[in-house]
Design a protein around this ligand. Structure first.
Ligand code: SF4
Length: 66
C-alpha cells in the first residue's frame, strides 16, 4: 500500500499528524502536510487508512495498492 498526499488540497488542519505521527508531519512555515513514510507496514497502513479516510477534511490523502 502506498500513501499519497496532495498539498494543493491540504488545508493544514493537522488531524492526520495527530492520528498517525509516524506517517505524517506538517511544514513549519505553512502547516501543510508532509509525508514521512509513503510505504507503511501493513498494520500501520490499515490503521492509517481507517483514520485518514474519516478525518481529513479536504480529502488530501489517498491510498493505492503497491
Ligand atoms: S488532515 Fe488533511 S487537511 Fe489536515 S493536514 Fe492532514 S492532509 Fe492536510
Amino acid at each position: 500500500m502506498k500513501v499519497h498526499v496532495d498539498r494543493d488540497r491540504c488545508i493544514g488542519a493537522g488531524l492526520c499528524v495527530m492520528s498517525a505521527p509516524a506517517i505524517f508531519d506538517q511544514r513549519e512555515e505553512d502547516g501543510l502536510v508532509v509525508l514521512l513514510n509513503d510505504s507503511p507496514s501493513d498494520a500501520d497502513a490499515e490503521h492509517t487508512r481507517k483514520l485518514v479516510e474519516h478525518i481529513c477534511p479536504s480529502k488530501a490523502i489517498r491510498f493505492t495498492d503497491g
